[in-house]
Design a protein around this ligand. Structure first.
Ligand code: ADQ
Length: 454
């Protein structure tokens, strides 16, 4: 049975010598082997104008097709920068202050989703194929696919939180969007809380019948299930264990020269809690003068959605807080906050994970957060401080869990982490590693597709 994956982005990029190669990322790694084995297609918007609209991949011995849905600048502005980034993202993360309900965004979102649906219908000619849509960019496409192919097998994985019904209903188009999702046979989310929120949204907003975890609406049944995503555990283990990473980690420790290193690694996004984390570190320094000169906080932020004003504003605020903390506390041979605004390779990230005594992963809301799993896999004896407002928190009770809005609590947790006995660190990290091993991303993909088949 072949597979058609529909995602915002395509899974390939052009290398320096002009060849098309798989891009790096959990989703690509999980799904490319399935596509290679079964054949089918990957449909995405493909921002790179050099990408042909349709190309067999890999070029020398093709297993599947990569298809691009080319979007005009206006379409990109309305569908992606507008509806996805300024409407669905903030509402799903409970950050209503960033919500911009502009009807023209929704209008473009409808037409772009229609174009994705048309591309699917064009690629998929047999009803026994599985069609797997990804994420909040594609809530309406399932409905149009279903109308044209009533017997299609349609799955959808939602990578961000599905918010509480009372928050979801803030969207002026909540019912229309839900009806789009309910054309699927299976909707997957990371954790049970999001399953419950989805079911409640369907029950209250559409009057759908709920039977266990199945929604009956308009003559169609949609199962809603938790399938927590993982990382490529083996590859991260190997990278973290390589000589290159060990050497880099050692060099980093020597360069920073402090007894303790605490790290934060995120896309620069207001949901990730970078600002409040920095302020908590500032509070930690205020409350614990004995630690001055002994701790370095290393925050890496990868640029993200840089065309959206709120993200530009966030960047300015982060620059300012870093400057303020270093201005107040730095002294000869000690810079308390090391901040890098750039993208690193996974090897480089592994060196940071390995060098750290503690990771501060404190999103204000996060569907799962896989940086958590990368840290757990690559690190050998550190402490994880984790926001309780992430999907990951449901799965990782051995982390020190914090409320990211509680600055004093967060500051206190840094001290707890640095003073934790080696035995307790080991016990906690061993338990965390064992959970993360079970969440492997290939297993996640197989689990979802098997459930869709069932
Ligand atoms: P994201 O919001 O992107 O994903 P996350 O799960 O944290 O969030 O993944 C970020 C990825 O980017 C990680 O693989 C990390 O290594 C990488 N990254 C971060 N900073 C980087 C840097 N400076 N340089 C290079 N790489 C960097 C969405 C949801 C999450 C959900 C995932 C998967 O918002 O909640 O976990 O999808 O479903």
């Amino acid at each position: 049975m072949s597979l058609t994956v529909v995602a915002n982005r395509v899974p390939i990029r052009q290398s320096d010598d002009g060849d098309w190669v798989p891009s790096v990322g959990g989703l690509t790694t999980a799904l490319l082997p399935v596509l290679r084995q079964r054949g089918g297609a990957w449909i995405g918007m493909g921002e790179d104008p050099a990408l042909p609209e349709r190309q067999p991949f890999p070029a020398d011995d093709p297993d599947f097709t990569v298809r691009r849905v080319p979007l005009s600048q206006d379409e990109l502005d309305g569908y992606y920068y507008g509806m996805a980034n300024r409407v669905l993202w903030p509402v799903s993360h409970y950050m209503i202050q960033h919500f911009e309900p502009n009807p023209s965004f929704m209008e473009t979102y409808r037409s772009v989703n229609q174009r994705f649906a048309d591309a699917v219908l064009d690629e998929v000619d047999r009803s026994d194929e599985q069609i797997w849509l990804q994420d909040y960019h594609l809530m309406l496409a399932p409905k149009w696919i279903r109308e044209a192919r009533p017997d299609a097998t349609l799955g959808h994985f939602w990578h961000i939180p599905w918010p509480a019904m009372e928050v979801f209903r803030i969207l002026p188009w909540a019912r229309e969007l839900l009806r789009g999702m309910l054309a699927c046979d299976l909707v997957g989310v990371h954790v049970q809380e999001y399953v419950d929120n989805f079911l409640e949204s369907a029950r209250v907003l559409l009057g759908a019948d709920i039977d266990g975890q199945t929604v009956h609406y308009n003559g169609h049944a949609t199962r809603v299930e938790a399938h927590p995503i993982g990382i490529e555990v083996d590859r991260f283990k190997q990278m973290a264990d390589s000589d290159e990473v060990r050497t880099k980690a050692k060099q980093l420790r020597e360069r920073l020269g402090t007894k303790h290193i605490v790290i934060g690694i995120d896309r620069l996004d207001y949901t990730k809690g970078v600002l409040s984390r920095l302020e908590a570190f500032e509070r930690f320094l205020e409350n614990n003068p004995a630690y001055h000169g002994t701790v370095s906080f290393y925050q890496i932020a990868t640029p993200s959605r840089t065309k959206v004003d709120t993200y530009q504003q966030l960047k300015r605020e982060v620059d300012e807080v870093v400057g303020r903390i270093n201005g107040q506390f730095a002294r000869d041979n000690w810079v308390p906050v090391n901040y890098r605004y750039r993208t690193y390779t996974q090897f480089e990230l592994c060196a940071f994970y390995r060098a750290a005594d503690a990771a501060l992963i404190t999103p204000l809301r996060d569907g799962m957060n896989v940086v958590t799993q990368e840290f757990i896999t690559a690190n050998q004896n550190g402490v994880l401080i984790l926001s309780e407002l992430t999907g990951a928190a449901y799965l990782l009770p051995e982390a020190i869990q914090v409320n990211p809005y509680d600055k004093d609590g967060l500051a206190a947790s840094i001290r707890t982490a640095l003073e934790m006995s080696p035995e307790e660190r080991t016990t906690r990290l061993t338990a965390l590693k064992s959970t993360v091993e079970g969440l492997d991303v290939q297993r996640w993909a197989r689990g979802f597709l098997d459930a869709l088949h069932a």
